[in-house]
Design a protein around this ligand. Structure first.
Ligand code: ARG
Length: 463
C-alpha cells in the first residue's frame, strides 16, 4: 500500500507525501528499538479501553491478544515490520491492522502519538538505565576485589602531579568506588524520575473527552503516578536531561580514571600493567602494546558531555505542545545509553586485568620529600605551632638538597640543629608503612580505616 492511506493521519490528505519529506522525517531506524515498549504501552491502553467500556470488550480482548503475540515475537527478536513506515508506532499499527481485523481501528482511541511516543521513550530509557546501574555495580565489585587484594601495598599520592604523601593503593581504589556509587545513585534517581508520572492519557495536548482510567494504565506499566498536566505531559523531557546529566558525570569520572591509569602504565611510571588481552598493537612499531581501551573511554566521555548540551539546545526554543523537534530526543539518549554501557563494561574488564608493580611503587616511595608532612605533624605533636613546624621542615629539605644528601640519611643531631623537638625516633618516619599508620582521621588512609571501609563496601554492594 502506498499513498496517504497507509499513514496514521492520511484522511485529510489527497496527495502522497513527497519522497524527500518522507526520507527526512522518517525515524523508524532510531525508534524501532522501542518496539517492545510501544507494545507494552498499547497492551495496557487496549486493556483499559475495554475495561472502561470505551471500546467493546471483545475488540479489546482481540487487540490484547494480537499485541501480546507481537510482543512475544519482539522479545524473541523475530518481529518484522515495514521498513518504509514513518516510525515504529505506525509500523506496529500496520501489523495490528493485518492481524486484528476491524478491532485494529479502535486501538488509537483516546491516544495521540504525542503521549504514546514519550511513554515508550520513558519505558525504554528506564530499562536501559537499570542495565547500566547493574553493570556499574559489577564494576564496583571488581574494584573492591582489587582493593582487598592490594592489602598493605602503598604508593606515592600526588597533588599537582608532584609527590605528595604515601597512600594505600586500596585507598585510591576505594576513592573510585565512592565516585561510582554517586553515579549509581544519580542513575537510579533519573530512572525513578523517568517512571514517576505516566504521560499516556494526555492525548495530543489537552486530554480526551473519553473516560480513560489513567491510573490503571500507570500501574500496569510500572509508573508511580500520572502526569498532572496534559500539556506538560507531551513536552516534558526533563527525565532525559537528568539521565544525560548522570551519564555525562559518569563519563567524566571514567575519563579521569582512564587518564590516571594511562599515565601509571607508562614506562616512566610503570606502576600498573594490564592483561595483554586488553592491549592493542601498532601496525608499524613492533614493540607497542597500547592501552587504547582507556584512551577510548576518555574519548567517549566527550560525546556524553556533548549529548547533554545537544539535548538542552534541542529543548530550549520549544513552545508548549509537541513539536517535531522532539523526534531527535531519542537518538541522543539512545546513543548516550549505548556508549555509557560500553564504557562501563570496558571499565569492568580493565579492572579485572589490572596488575600493580610493587617494585616500581617501592622505588618512588624512596623519595624522602613524601614524608615532609609527617615530619611537620611530628613536630606539632611535640608542641610546635604548625606554621613553625612547616618552616623547620622546609629548611631541612633545603639543607639536605644543598648538602647533596638524602634527608633520611642525616643524623638525629642534624635534625635537632633545626629544632630541638626532634628525637632519635625521627628517622623512623621515612617509611611508607609508618606514614599511612600515623593517619588517624576518619576516612584516612590508615590501614585499619581502609579495612573498615572495605567492610562497609562489602555490605553496601552485596546482593
Ligand atoms: N516519530 C515521532 C517522534 O518521535 C512521532 C510523533 C509524531 N507526532 C506528531 N504529532 N507528528 O516524536
Amino acid at each position: 500500500m502506498s499513498g496517504p492511506s497507509r499513514k496514521l493521519w492520511g484522511g485529510r490528505f489527497s496527495k502522497s507525501t513527497s519522497r524527500t519529506v518522507e526520507r527526512f522525517t522518517h525515524s523508524l531506524n532510531v525508534d524501532q528499538r522501542m518496539a517492545r515498549e510501544d507494545l507494552l504501552g498499547s497492551i495496557a491502553h487496549a486493556r483499559m479501553l475495554g475495561k472502561s467500556r470505551i471500546i467493546p470488550r471483545k475488540d479489546a480482548a482481540r487487540l490484547v491478544k494480537v499485541l501480546t503475540s507481537l510482543l512475544k515475537e519482539a522479545e524473541q527478536g523475530k518481529l518484522r515490520w515495514d521498513p518504509s513506515a514513518e516510525d515504529i508506532h505506525s509500523a506496529i499499527q500496520t501489523l495490528v491492522e493485518k492481524k486484528a481485523g476491524s478491532a485494529a481501528g479502535r486501538l488509537h482511541t483516546a491516544r495521540s502519538r504525542n503521549d504514546q511516543v514519550v511513554t515508550s521513550f520513558r519505558l525504554y530509557s528506564a530499562r536501559r538505565i537499570e542495565t547500566i546501574e547493574r553493570s556499574l555495580l559489577a564494576a564496583q565489585k571488581k574494584l573492591l576485589a582489587q582493593a582487598q587484594s592490594a592489602g598493605p601495598l602503598t604508593m606515592p599520592g600526588y597533588t599537582h602531579w608532584r609527590h605528595a604523601q604515601p597512600v594505600l593503593v586500596a585507598h585510591i581504589l576505594l576513592s573510585y568506588l565512592e565516585m561510582f556509587q554517586r553515579d549509581r545513585e544519580r542513575l537510579s534517581a533519573a530512572r525513578q524520575r523517568t517512571l514517576a508520572e505516566l504521560p499516556l492519557g494526555s492525548g495530543a495536548l489537552t486530554g480526551t473527552s473519553l473516560p480513560v482510567n489513567r491510573a490503571a494504565v500507570s500501574k500496569e506499566l510500572g509508573f508511580s503516578g500520572i502526569k498532572q498536566n496534559s500539556v506538560d505531559a507531551v513536552t516534558d523531557r526533563d527525565f532525559a536531561v537528568e539521565t544525560l546529566a548522570a551519564l555525562a558525570l559518569l563519563g567524566t569520572h571514567l575519563s579521569r580514571l582512564a587518564e590516571e591509569w594511562i599515565l601509571w602504565s607508562t614506562a616512566e611510571f610503570g606502576f600498573l600493567s594490564f592483561d595483554e588481552g586488553l592491549l592493542t598493537g601498532s601496525s608499524m612499531m613492533p614493540q607497542k602494546q597500547n592501552p587504547d581501551f582507556l584512551e577510548l573511554i576518555r574519548a567517549n566521555s566527550s560525546k556524553l558531555i556533548g549529548d547533554q548540551t545537544s539535548f538542552l539546545t534541542l529543548l530550549k526554543g520549544l513552545p508548549s505542545g509537541y513539536q517535531r523537534d522532539l523526534q531527535l530526543d531519542k537518538e541522543i539518549v539512545f546513543e548516550a545509553l549505548d556508549r555509557a554501557e560500553g564504557m562501563v563494561e570496558m571499565l569492568a574488564a580493565g579492572v579485572s586485568g589490572l596488575r600493580w608493580n610493587k617494585a616500581a611503587l617501592a622505588a618512588q616511595l624512596q623519595d624522602d620529600s613524601l614524608y615532609a608532612t609527617d615530619l611537620a605533624e611530628y613536630l606539632v605533636q611535640k608542641g610546635l605551632p604548625f606554621a613553625q613546624a612547616h618552616r623547620v621542615v622546609g629548611q631541612l629539605l633545603t639543607h639536605a638538597d644543598q648538602a647533596g644528601q638524602r634527608l633520611s640519611k642525616l643524623t638525629p643531631e642534624s635534625f635537632r640543629r633545626f629544632s630541638p623537638a626532634f628525637g632519635r625516633d625521627v628517622l623512623k618516619l621515612f617509611n611508607p608503612a609508618v606514614s599511612v599508620a600515623r593517619k588517624r582521621s576518619a576516612g584516612s588512609t590508615h590501614p585499619d580505616e581502609v579495612a573498615r571501609q572495605i567492610r562497609r563496601w562489602k555490605s553496601l554492594l552485596k546482593g
